[in-house]
Design a protein around this ligand. Sequence first.
Ligand code: ATP
Length: 298
Amino acid sequence: MDAGTQAGTWLAPAKINLALHVTGRRADGYHLLESLAVFTRFGDRVEIEPAETDRLSISGKYAPAVPADDSNLVVKAREALRREAGSHATPPVAINLEKNLPVASGVGGGSSDAAAVLRGLVQTWRLDIDDAELARIGLSLGADVPMCLAARPLIARGVGDEISAVEGFPALALVLVNPGIAVCTPEVFKALASRDNEALPPLPGKLDFHTIRNWLEATRNDLEPAARAIQPAIGEALKALRKADAGFARMSGSGATCFGLFETGNVAKRAALDIRRRHPDWFVAATRSMEADAHGQD
Ligand code: ATP
């Protein structure tokens, strides 16, 4: 085997759309978006090690909810990179996906898994592929994969692939809540009342909990009303976050996962305990968003 191999574990963080405006629609039917997104310390984990043959195993709470065959984005990411680098440089690997994120839930789990595999395999296989090239391969797997490769506070435009990093964005204490229902993203887009909404307002010059909360009050998730009409349980999740004193609560992506913003990590943890006690069947996680790149190898 002439290619070097290196085992390791990579985080596939949850992507949280703090704000998401639908600003138009392309001729090919794709929606144009503007979104401020952050990535959390809570996420899936992707473990990669050299093996005799390619293998995928899946563990974690949500393992039964994802396909374990070639349709899994983990396998698609591995094969996309192998096509690019050539089979001589990409020997077989065993990948374990620890699926901690709810599936089809608006937190970009599949896209983040694909991004973590791309990042992990570039290191495992010691490939000479730069970030721009990796983003291009990522985009072939899904519109959200390039932003998951960046995995830092950012504003995404276009179909989600035009990314500008937001410098100086602080780590936020968040609680993620999913009332245990999957949401079909195309159905939500189909149900939108308006597709030509105004762009995001400019971010405040000084970025802290208070200025960010005020900015969020002046923004929207344009997918939230349509998703709530399809899945009223989303309203229950938002109500539970507000009842637990979230400084701000909103749905992420096309739902159903909602986030609450809290002033400190301790308050967020207490709120998460409270919500979990009242709703033992829901997915509830207290976490922090990351200021910079999340994929660093453990
Ligand atoms: P959104 O794009 O609105 O944020 P989502 O990205 O949270 O939603 P995913 O959890 O990525 O949605 O799931 C989307 C679909 O992709 C599911 O129907 C699932 O079966 C399929 N899928 C394939 N591979 C994966 C994976 N590794 N993790 C999650 N879903 C996967």
